[in-house]
Each structure stands twice: as structure tokens, then as C-alpha cells.
Design a protein around this ligand. Structure first.
Ligand code: BG6
Length: 440
């Protein structure tokens, strides 16, 4: 990779922190307490106990050799009730920043990874315009505390998952199943909150860099040499051709330009007014790489071969997304791109000799990073790669059943054991290149 490339990992507050007793409740606490919502009835009360084990976890980051780390701030840990600011909660994040900087690890602070304070939910949550002022207030507190040491900020992770899975759907908290026509009003609230937060950040930290993490299906051409096929993949990835929320065009356009994508009305009907005077503040794009499909020159989906590799979620593994995703995003946004998440849920466990030989994750890393290298060589402006994720964690509706970590966590003892993939990623980072190839 090029000089100065950022090698990192990403985590999120609710999925690792635990220590519920020292924060306010959030929608995921209530959701997990509802029978049938989270596998085996698990919750995030303890999770990876990262709140108490932060030093051990920062040592794992140091040993891995990363120079970047994204984590999220729990809104109810900082604002446990509408008018209360928890200095203890802020101190926790301040300590993390100090710990990271001491090890030469550059923080990227994410302000929202889906853990809506319960009090905010009772005021309407993201479905109420009142959320904008509350999110601005929360941002002000975090920025006032961390802004002397943090320049890189993300306002939200994957707005489409929050709306699609948590509001329109019921697989994520708050799980409301609201009618489809609420999608754009909720998105407008998210956009206005982003706009207000980005102004707060920029006013306080003039040299700040602001981002949002986007995700969705990335389409790859079946024939990478056929211009028609490539064009179909580009249009399906970046266009706005359906009313699905897993649609980059719907989200990217307003975050970049402060206006709805011109095709939005065709698929979504009435457009709520947008007022985003600070939309030029989006400095770089965070792209979370998960799902991919192939398309032919007629725009038809190409079925995968029988037995195509899949993750423990049954998601097909399509490493080509790490080539085409950054390429299409560069063309559409002309902004630097950080790969903000990319990872594998797999069936790994500690074998009899005490090691965790997660060879499928090792191979997953190699295949995706190899494609990413090719994309960069072909001109994509990719500034870094963050693997999802450091620790096996609370995997939302799957509870603790699905493991995404480079480090295995025994959820009874909280013992951390680095897996084979941790050591392999460490080599990639140390050599700034593919360790397998450079050994040949
Ligand atoms: C990302 C989220 O979409 O996917 C993570 O940002 C999450 O929080 C990861 O853990 C894994 O996938 P899923 O399907 O469990 O959300």
C-alpha cells in the first residue's frame, strides 16, 4: 500500500462496552429485553466489558500495529437523561483517546452507532425532528471534551441500516415497523442532525475531517473487460433504481450535496424539505464493504455458482467488491475513501491446543486486501482500511452467536485470545503489503 496508508480496526460502543450500570439505557437495552428479539435472550449489559478492560484492549491494538482506530461514543453514556451530562462518561472516552495517542494510534470518533438513548426514543427518536437539537447538544459535549485531541469525526454509521432495520423493519432496535412512507422523513431528520453536528465540529475544530459510513450492495461486472457490463454494475451500485434503502444513491447524494438525488421522487414519492447549509463539510467517505453481487451486460443478476463461499450469516463472499466499490465511489464523489468496515462472521473456536486457527478469515483478508491493492493501483483514492472488528462482540440480533473478531473473547471469563487472523493482519500491517506474496 502507499506510504501513510491507515491500517485500523473498527468497533462500536454498544457491541463491546458493557458497564450498563454506568450509563443511561438505550433502545438496544429495551429491544434485548423483549423476548424473541435477540438470539438466546442475550443483551449488552456486559458485552466484552471493554469499559473496564480498555487498557488491555488498547494493548491489543498496539500489539497488532494499527495506526488508526474507529470507535463510537455511547450517547446515553454521555447524556443519560435529557438535561444531564455525565462527566464520568466523557472521561471514559477521554481516557481512550489518551491511551490511543500514547501508542501512536489515530482515533476516528463515531458519534452514532445505533444506540439511541431511551429518553430520546420516548421523545420520538429519529422519527422526530426534535432529535436534531438533542444530537447537536450531545455532539457539543463530546467535541468540547475530545476536540483538543481528535480531528477525525464520523457523525453516523450506516444510516440505511438504522432506518431500514430499526424503523421500517423490526430486526434491529427500536424495531418499530413503521410504514414505508416514513423512510424519507426519518432520513431528513438524520441529515439535519448530521448537518448540525458537522457545523458544531467544524466551528470548534477548524482542521477537522468529517465523514459518514455508507454501506449497501456493491455490484461487480461479470466480465470486468466489457464496458457495458461495467456500466450496468456502476448504475446498479450508484444509481437510485428501486425503493430499497440498500441503495447508495439515496444516501450519498444528500450527504454530499444537501439535496435529494434527482431520482428520489420516482421511487419514494413526496420529498421532505431539506435544509443543509453545511453539506460541504463531508471531507471523506467511509465505505463499509460487506455485500456484493455480479451483473451481466443486460443488467441481470448473475447467479453465483452452487456452493459459492458464504459467511456464517450466509452472505456470499465476493472480494471483487474491494476493487469495484472504491472505483465507483471515487468516480461518484471525488473524495478520499476510507474502507470503514470489512469482516467475516465465521465459525471459529479455540481448538484443543488453545489456538484459534480461523483460516477462512485469513483468506478473507488476503482476498479483499489484494483486490483493494489493485483498485488503488488503478487510481482509487483509498486512504485506509479498517477491519471489522477487533473483538468478538455483541452481534446485534445474533447476540453472541456470531464471531467477527480478530481476537476471540470467552464471554464467561472475558479472556481475550488473538486468532490466527490477528497475527496475519499484523504481518500485512508491518510489511504494508501482502505477507504471503512477499514471502515467495
Ligand atoms: C455493520 C455494522 O453493518 O455490520 C456493525 O456497522 C455490524 O455494527 C456488522 O456488527 C456486522 O453485520 P450485522 O449484519 O450483524 O449488522
Amino acid at each position: 500500500m502507499r506510504e501513510g496508508f491507515e491500517w485500523g480496526v473498527a468497533t462500536s460502543a454498544f457491541q463491546i462496552e458493557g458497564a450498563r450500570d454506568s450509563r443511561g439505557d438505550c433502545t438496544w437495552d429495551a429491544f434485548a429485553a423483549t423476548p424473541g428479539k435477540v438470539a438466546d435472550g442475550y443483551n449488552g449489559d456486559i458485552a466484552c466489558d471493554h469499559f473496564h478492560r480498555r487498557q488491555e484492549d488498547i494493548a491489543l491494538l498496539k500489539n497488532l500495529g494499527v495506526n488508526g482506530y474507529r470507535f463510537s461514543v455511547s450517547w446515553p453514556r454521555v447524556i443519560p437523561s435529557p438535561d444531564t451530562v455525565s462527566e464520568q462518561g466523557l472521561q471514559f472516552y477521554s481516557d481512550i483517546i489518551d491511551g490511543l495517542l500514547k501508542e501512536g494510534i489515530s482515533p476516528l470518533v463515531n458519534l452514532h452507532h445505533w444506540d439511541i438513548p431511551l429518553w430520546m426514543h420516548e421523545l420520538g427518536g429519529w422519527d422526530s425532528p426534535a432529535v436534531v437539537a438533542h444530537f447537536r447538544f450531545f455532539t457539543e459535549q463530546v467535541v468540547r471534551t475530545l476536540g483538543d485531541r481528535v480531528t477525525r469525526w464520523m457523525t453516523i454509521n450506516e444510516p440505511n441500516c438504522l432506518i431500514g432495520d430499526g424503523y421500517l423493519g423490526s430486526v434491529h432496535a427500536p424495531g418499530l415497523s413503521v410504514p414505508q412512507d416514513r423512510a424519507l422523513p426519518i432520513l431528513a431528520n438524520l441529515l439535519h442532525a448530521h448537518d448540525a453536528a458537522s457545523k458544531t465540529i467544524r466551528d470548534t475544530i477548524p482542521n477537522s475531517k468529517i465523514t459518514v459510513a455508507f454501506t449497501g450492495p456493491l455490484w461487480c461486472p461479470r466480465d470486468p473487460h466489457d464496458p457495458n457490463c461495467i456500466e450496468q454494475a456502476r448504475r446498479k451500485t450508484m444509481g437510485l433504481q428501486t425503493s430499497s434503502l440498500w441503495n447508495f444513491g439515496l444516501f450519498l447524494h444528500p450527504y454530499l450535496h444537501g439535496q435529494w438525488h434527482p431520482d428520489t421522487a420516482t421511487n419514494f414519492g413526496v420529498l421532505p424539505a431539506l435544509h443543509m447549509p453545511n453539506s460541504e463539510n463531508l471531507d471523506f467517505i467511509t465505505l463499509n464493504l460487506y455485500s456484493g453481487e455480479f451483473v451481466d451486460a443486460n443488467g441481470e443478476t448473475v447467479p453465483l455458482k452452487p456452493g459459492h463461499p458464504v459467511s456464517a450469516f450466509n452472505w456470499p463472499i465476493v472480494p471483487e467488491i474491494a476493487y469495484w466499490g472504491p472505483k465507483f465511489f471515487k468516480e461518484a464523489t471525488n473524495r478520499p475513501i476510507l474502507i470503514g468496515e470489512n469482516g467475516l462472521a465465521s465459525m471459529d473456536w479455540k481448538v484443543l491446543d488453545g489456538t484459534i486457527p480461523d483460516l477462512m478469515r485469513v483468506d478473507f483478508l488476503d482476498r479483499h486486501l489484494h483486490q483493494l491493492q489493485r483498485s488503488i493501483e488503478d487510481g482509487a483514492n483509498v486512504i485506509g482500511y479498517h477491519h471489522w472488528t477487533l473483538l468478538d462482540n455483541f452481534e446485534w440480533q445474533e447476540g453472541y452467536r456470531k464471531r467477527f473478531g480478530l481476537v476471540h473473547v470467552d464471554f464467561e471469563t472475558q479472556e481475550r485470545t488473538p486468532k490466527a487472523s490477528y497475527f496475519h493482519y499484523k504481518k500485512w500491517i508491518a510489511q504494508n503489503d501482502n505477507p504471503s506474496q512477499s514471502c515467495q
